[in-house]
Design a protein around this ligand. Structure first.
Ligand code: FMN
Length: 227
């Protein structure tokens, strides 16, 4: 087991173990990737002010977010395809968030479904929804989220137009993925990842396939997504 001391160590392990297609999906942005870079570089400009000789007793980061007790005011943001980064990734992330005491947000474009995450967690999680044209799907998604005891709807309003993500195009990462000889060859080198994926039945968009009318397989998903 490698000695992990910081987030970069984890990133190296992540890069080594995960198929390029899914690593690039997470570690790149759209168009010039300016926002992607600045999401990190902006934080480099922030400094924590050191204070000494003051009473530090009873300090705590615990607070409340929308009426829910949290260990610190941070939530896991929705990340589509987490279950392709690692088998059952959304369930694992939700359980980790629960253990740490912060909210987990499930993406509509997740691999594990609302029901999968609810069955494998104790506390309510948050559900991310898009503003989609398919009213029937939206109604059902809200009904399912309520039935699963989700405590908040996180509404994403900036996806009317997809920014072009150059690496995804080159890697064939679309819904569904276009497998190329190169991407399959790369996947075959990720043994641990592959064994994990073979060991789970969750390998497709669990909130959509079988829930949106007419979306029963990969090809109908493409049509539904573009509409
Ligand atoms: C790989 C990746 C996948 C994401 N998937 C989704 C998604 O499925 N739904 C969504 O609403 N936001 C998605 N986001 C956006 C994030 O939830 C978050 O809003 C964004 O990264 C900004 O984070 P910040 O508010 O911490 O700066 C994704 C972001 C990344 C990097």
């Amino acid at each position: 087991m490698p000695v992990i001391t910081n987030i970069n160590d984890l990133k190296h392990i992540y890069e080594r173990r995960t198929p390029r297609m899914f690593y690039d999906y997470c570690e790149s942005g759209s168009w010039t990737e300016q926002t992607f870079r600045e999401n990190t570089s902006d934080f480099d400009k922030l400094y924590l002010r050191q204070r000494v000789a003051i009473d530090m007793a009873g300090r705590s980061t615990a607070t409340q977010m929308i009426g829910q007790d949290v260990s610190m005011p941070v939530a896991l943001a929705p990340v589509g395809l987490t279950g392709m980064q690692n088998a059952d990734g959304e369930i694992k992330a939700a359980r980790a968030a629960e253990k740490f005491g912060v909210p987990f947000t499930l993406s509509t474009m997740s691999i594990c479904s609302i029901e999968d995450v609810a069955e494998n967690t104790e506390k309510p999680f948050w559900m991310q929804v898009y503003t989609l044209k398919d009213d029937d799907f939206m109604q059902r998604l809200f009904d399912r989220a309520k039935a699963a005891n989700c405590s908040a709807a996180v509404i994403t309003v900036d996806l009317q137009l997809l920014g072009q993500r150059h690496k995804d195009l080159k890697n064939g990462l679309s819904a569904p993925p276009k497998l190329t000889v190169k991407s399959v060859a790369n996947m075959m080198t990720k043994v641990q990842w592959g064994l994990g994926m073979l060991g789970t039945k969750r390998r497709f968009f669990g909130n959509i396939v079988g829930h949106a009318k007419g979306v029963e397989d990969a090809s109908s998903l493409t049509t539904w997504t573009s509409e």
